[in-house]
Each structure stands twice: as structure tokens, then as C-alpha cells.
Design a protein around this ligand. Structure first.
Ligand code: HEC
Length: 464
């Protein structure tokens, strides 16, 4: 099955409750409109204004130092204060004084120098989904600079027009309340915001690839490869706008094979999403297989991620999964166009890791090549089952990655033979209903092939 679309910020489905609002002090760098102030006060927050010039970090520091409040204190600043916020951090801001900083858009100074105390306050930068890509790239680079200094920092998206609404949009009240820890943690939107905060700070990384300097080369991104990478964000292009996709670092798969396993013909790729793929390197060598291990200034491909949720782990169980992250991760691409008949599925060669690469003399998929051609079509090209599920011990065991922990969570893609006849039948003959029940987009088997495929899987099940 495929994962369903990107989560938007579904503010409309929430109604505001004042119940969770509690004692926190919201410090605005510059004075908010009176009607905004009234909304925050109604929500139960103490509202204070620094009354400093937006760029004046010294004034802000002085006012913050003088502020006496029994509450936790959070600072809200606008884009014009970006450099001043960085200065505040560099001047040793700690979370005892200030619990967090919410920045409404970020400007990237020519040189952004951030130093941060070990217990620096957390940072969230908010942008709108409709913001120009150049703005979003700047905001992400700003966030990355803080993250590199060990600050828990996140970029979060609002729906268009929210940030210019007054009185302040309920979605913004919700998101800032979440940031301050005063929002019901169970709501879906809140879970999504939590995922946005947690995943980028704990996710996997691809340092192991970057250490293989002998096989790395920096290159400009071709239109083909850029489009290819961007397909990861097709359900939410605004998320992809965080990167300009101008240059990349390529890990040369053939050179790596020649060095670590000379003469071995087949490569197997096991991914961080439990997927599996294998192909004939000699056959694909002319198309220059390479793994993208860095894009622009982003040296962790697992940061290129979006978040989603499924309704159920399995159609036959009531267990509900947490929010999942879908990272692009290091991804296999080709420097030269691959002919149509040799195309390999895309999603199953994302989230790669160095340890998941191995080489062999024998074709790991040899057994599958003895299956009837129509069956092979279904399990490889048409529906790609084998890359996510194992069949007779060969293939993947795809899962969803918990966005709060970066650990696998169900539903797991079980070996195809393990599904009960009822589950298999429902999947094949009633795909739309199963997909809707589990919360995924359908991956229906072509009607002309279903009966034969069903019969074939049933025979495998009976073999056991
Ligand atoms: C992109 C990976 C992927 C592909 C491709 C894929 N599956 Fe799955 N499948 C999963 C995952 C993961 C689950 C676990 C539950 C979930 O997330 O839907 C699953 C669930 C299932 C289920 C159980 C659904 C339920 O009732 O809960 C069946 C049956 C199934 N897949 C069969 C297939 C078959 C047959 C194919 C090929 C025709 C296929 N899948 C292709 C990943 C995949």
C-alpha cells in the first residue's frame, strides 16, 4: 500500500478551547495589535511587550533580564529580529530565563553566526506554505544553523494568509500554545507539530556515506535529478521548498563496488524503511548509478522529510500508529537516462544507508525471475510488492517510521504468504475499502491480473 497525502495544517477541524491555556508569559518583541493582545489574554496568557527596535538585541536582552515573572516566558519575534535573535542566543541565552523563541519568518543575514549555551531555549521558525521558495530556504538555513549548535529547532508551516490575519488566527494561537506546551497533546494537529519539532532533531543521519570521501563528488543538479528528488514532495511541494536543489554530493556506486567487492555483479539495497531492492550492476553501470548523499548545504538527507498518519496499523487490529515521518534520505539516482524497460521503482530506493548496501555474485532476485511473467509484472513493475513485502523469503519488510522516535512502527509489510485468505482477498478485491480503513492511498492490482495473482499467492501459502 502507499502512504496517503501530506498532512496539511488542518486548523479548520479544531475548535479553540481556552481550557488548556495556563500561566505562561508571552513576550512580544514589538507590540501586537490590541485585538491580538486581547485574544492571547483571553486564552489565559500574560502578554508583555519588549518595546525594543526590532533589530536591537541589546535592548531586548536588557528588558528580558529585567523581566520578573513567575511563569515560563516565551518570546515571539518577527523576521526583522532574526539577526538580533541570533545575537541573543550568542550572548548566552538560557532556558532558565527564556523557555522558547517563536520567530515569524526568518531573514538570513549575510553571515549568520550563532553560538548557543548548552541549555539554550528551543526555537521554532514559522513560515506560510505559500511563501516564496527563497524565503523558505532562508528560514530553513536559519533553523539549521541553530540546530548545528545543538539548539532544538524546527521549521513549521502555516496555511496561506494566516500570519497576516488580525485578530490573530486561531491556528496560530494553537501552534504557539503547542510550542509553549499548553495544547492538548492528543489532537492530531498537535501530534503533527510535535513531529515537526522532534524528528529533525533525532532522525537518522548519513554521516557514514559522507566519510567515504574517495567515492564522493560534488556536482550541479541536473533538471532530471532535481525533478526526481522533488517527487518526494509531490504531496506537499511547500515542504520541498526548504531546499534550493542546486548542487548535490554523489556517492559513486560502481567505484565503491570496485573498491570493496571487485567483480561482484549484483547489488542489494536494504533501506531504513525496511525496503529491499537488488539489481545487476553490470547492466546498470552505463547509466551511472549514484547515491545522492547531500543536497546544497544539507548534509543529512533524512532532514528532507514530511509527516503523515495512518488510521490503523492493520485492518484486522484496532492499534493506531503514531505520526510517521517519510524521509527522502540518501537516494539512488542515475547520471544518464535509464531506458523505460529498465526503470527501477523510486520510493524503494530512498532512505538508503551504507550498511544496507551489499554485493553478490548471484542475483538475489533469481528465484523471482522463475515466476510467471505476469506475476513478475505485478510484484515488480506494476505494484512493486516485492520491494516492500517478502515472497518466499525474498524481498522487503517495509514499515512506517515513528516521527517521535525515528524507530520502526507498524503496520509492517508482512511476508505475503502470511496474510490470511480473508485479508488477502479484501486487499485484492476490495482495495479501496481496505486502503480507506487503514488510511492509505490504494495500490490496486490491475483487474486483468487479480485472479491469477490471487491464485498464485494462495498456492504459495499452501506450499508452507
Ligand atoms: C511501498 C511499499 C509497499 C508496496 C509496494 C506494497 N505494500 Fe502491502 N503493505 C505495505 C505496508 C507498510 C503494509 C502494512 C500496513 C500498512 O501500512 O498499510 C502493507 C499492508 C498490506 C496488506 C495488509 C493490509 C491490511 O489489511 O491491513 C496486504 C494484504 C498487502 N500489503 C499486500 C500487498 C500486495 C499484494 C502488494 C503488491 C500487489 C503490496 N502489498 C504492495 C507496504 C507495501
Amino acid at each position: 500500500m502507499l502512504t496517503r497525502g501530506l498532512l496539511g495544517f488542518l486548523f479548520a477541524i479544531f475548535c479553540i478551547e481556552t481550557a488548556w491555556a495556563s500561566v505562561a508569559t508571552l513576550v512580544f518583541w514589538t507590540s501586537p495589535p490590541d485585538n491580538d493582545r486581547a485574544v492571547w489574554a483571553k486564552e489565559g496568557y500574560e502578554v508583555v511587550t519588549l518595546e525594543c527596535v526590532a533589530t536591537d538585541a541589546a535592548c531586548a536582552k536588557q528588558k528580558l533580564d529585567a523581566l520578573s515573572s513567575a511563569n515560563k516566558v516565551y518570546l515571539v519575534a518577527g523576521k526583522e529580529s532574526s539577526a538580533a535573535v541570533a545575537k541573543l542566543y550568542s550572548d548566552g541565552l538560557t532556558s532558565d530565563r527564556l523557555s522558547g523563541v517563536a520567530l515569524m519568518r526568518a531573514a538570513l543575514p549575510d553571515t549568520l553566526e550563532v553560538a548557543a549555551a548548552a541549555n539554550a531555549p528551543k526555537l521554532s521558525v514559522f513560515v506560510e506554505k505559500s511563501d516564496a521558495a527563497i524565503e523558505v530556504v532562508a528560514a530553513r538555513k536559519y533553523v539549521s544553523a541553530f540546530r548545528r549548535q545543538g539548539v532544538q529547532s524546527a521549521l513549521k508551516f502555516f496555511d496561506p494568509q494566516m500570519m497576516s490575519t488580525t485578530p490573530v488566527h486561531p491556528g496560530i494561537v494553537m501552534a504557539i500554545s503547542h510550542f509553549m506546551g499548553y495544547a492538548p497533546p492528543s489532537e492530531l494537529l498537535m501530534k503533527l507539530l510535535t513531529a515537526n519539532e522532534l524528528w529533525p532533531n533525532l532522525g537518522h543521519n548519513n554521516r557514514a556515506f559522507l566519510e567515504q570521501t574517495d567515492f564522493l563528488q560534488s556536482k550541479p543538479l541536473s533538471d532530471t535529478v532535481r525533478d526526481h528528488l522533488k517527487t518526494h514532495f509531490r504531496q506537499g511541494p511547500h515542504v520541498g521548498n526548504q531546499w534550493a536543489f542546486e548542487t548535490y554530493v554523489a556517492f559513486d556506486l560502481i567505484a565503491y563496488r570496485d573498491a570493496v567487492a571487485p567483480g561482484k555483479r549484483y547489488v542489494s539495497l536494504s533501506t531504513r524503511l525496511g525496503q529491499f531492492m537488488a539489481f545487476d550492476l553490470d547492466q546498470y553501470a552505463p547509466y551511472e548509478p549514484e547515491i545522492v548523499v547531500s543536497v546544497d548545504d544539507e548534509d543529512n538527507m533524512f532532514q528532507l522529510a514530511w509527516y503523515y498518519w495512518n488510521t490503523l496499523m492493520y485492518s484486522w487490529e484496532s492499534a493506531v500508529p503514531n505520526i510517521s515521518a517519510k524521509p527522502l534520505g540518501p537516494v539512488l539516482v542515475f547520471g544518464k537516462p535509464v531506458p523505460e524497460e529498465l526503470q527501477l521503482p523510486y520510493r524503494q530506493r530512498t532512505a538508503l544507508h551504507l550498511k544496507g548496501i551489499s554485493f553478490s555474485d548471484e542475483d538475489p532476485l533469481a528465484k523471482m525471475k522463475a515466476y510467471p511473467p505476469r506475476i513478475q509484472t505485478v510484484i515488480t513493475r506494476a505494484n512493486e510488492c516485492i520491494y516492500c513485502h517478502s515472497i518466499e523469503g525474498i524481498g522487503g519488510q517495509n514499515y512506517h517510521l515513528n516521527a517521535y522516535t525515528a524507530q520502526p512502527q507498524g503496520g509492517m509489510a508482512l511476508p505475503l504468504e502470511q496474510y490470511s485468505d480473508e485479508v488477502l482477498r479484501e486487499f485484492l478485491f476490495n482495495q479501496e475499502a481496505v486502503a480507506a480503513k487503514v488510511g492509505l492511498s490504494p495500490n490496486p492490482v490491475d483487474a486483468d491480473y487479480i485472479q491469477e495473482f490471487y491464485g498464485w499467492v494462495t498456492t504459495l501459502k499452501n506450499k508452507e
